[in-house]
Design a binder for this molecule. Structure first.
Ligand code: FES
Length: 249
């Protein structure tokens, strides 16, 4: 027989007039190989169909099931209950708008990020449908692929001190996005153009260096390295803009 788990869930539905935020305990038996995602589904199927939480893929791909698990942002579908004590808490991610219980709206936040960072290839070249595919160097493709692995779960944003106090901070995921396009030789934007977007306190210079983003990214993307890369570029671009005559490598 497995352990008896007590899962203390945050409950609050802002759409129900008069509803108050509270914690609600659910007890269930653990079995081998149980993930928190499975446990939450069991609660919803057998104990309380009103519990709200999100999931799509169950395989750490879609990023929907991120939540605070015993205070740390993690994916429910990637968290084995055996790695947790027999009693633990689950809460919604901070920073994002609460939909209800454990469900938050990361979609609007990420859409805003894509618009602010203009997350598409900027080029003046005309697209030729008949042209042969142009091969990219393996090294370049691999470098682009690294930041591209972000699943937009929001764990890094929820863990970020700056994002928790500055509403407009792009967060590690936003800077990571910019790094991806700087690395892409097809994108013709200059560093000065990127500076307009992230060369400020809401972008590359807002991070206070706690590094929780890199510690808690479920995809283990080197977010701090990518931030350092963008920061170096933006510092050089800022100096060039400030002192146009001076040569800066
Ligand atoms: S359900 Fe898709 S990442 Fe967890």
């Amino acid at each position: 027989m497995g352990r008896q788990l007590t899962i203390s869930c945050f409950r609050y539905n802002p759409n129900i007039p008069g509803d108050k935020p509270r914690m609600q305990d659910y007890k269930l038996e653990e079995y081998e190989g149980m993930t928190l995602f499975v446990a939450l589904n069991e609660i919803r199927e057998k104990l309380d169909p009103t519990l709200m939480f999100d999931f799509v893929c169950r395989a750490a791909i879609c990023g929907s099931c991120a939540m605070l698990i015993n205070g740390r942002p993690r994916l429910a579908c990637k968290t084995m209950t055996r790695t947790l004590p027999s009693r633990f808490t689950v809460m919604p991610l901070p920073v994002f708008k609460l939909i209800g219980d454990l469900s938050v709206d990361t979609g609007t936040w990420f859409r805003n990020l894509q618009i602010r960072t203009e997350s598409w290839i900027h080029t003046n070249k005309k697209f030729d449908f008949n042209a042969l595919e142009v091969r990219m160097e393996n090294k370049t493709a691999e470098a682009i692929y690294e930041p591209e692995r972000c699943i937009e779960c929001g764990c890094c944003v929820a863990a970020c001190v700056t994002a928790n106090i500055r509403e407009d901070f792009l967060g590690a995921t936003g800077i990571n996005r910019v790094a991806r396009f700087i690395l892409d030789p097809r994108d013709e934007r200059s560093n000065a153009e990127y500076f307009e977007v992230v060369g400020n306190e809401d972008g590359a210079f807002g991070c206070v260096g706690i590094m929780a983003c890199a510690d808690l990214c479920p995809m283990e993307i080197p977010l701090q390295e990518n931030l350092a890369f963008v920061r170096r570029k933006m510092a050089a671009a800022g100096l060039k803009l400030q002192f146009p005559g001076v040569k800066i490598s």
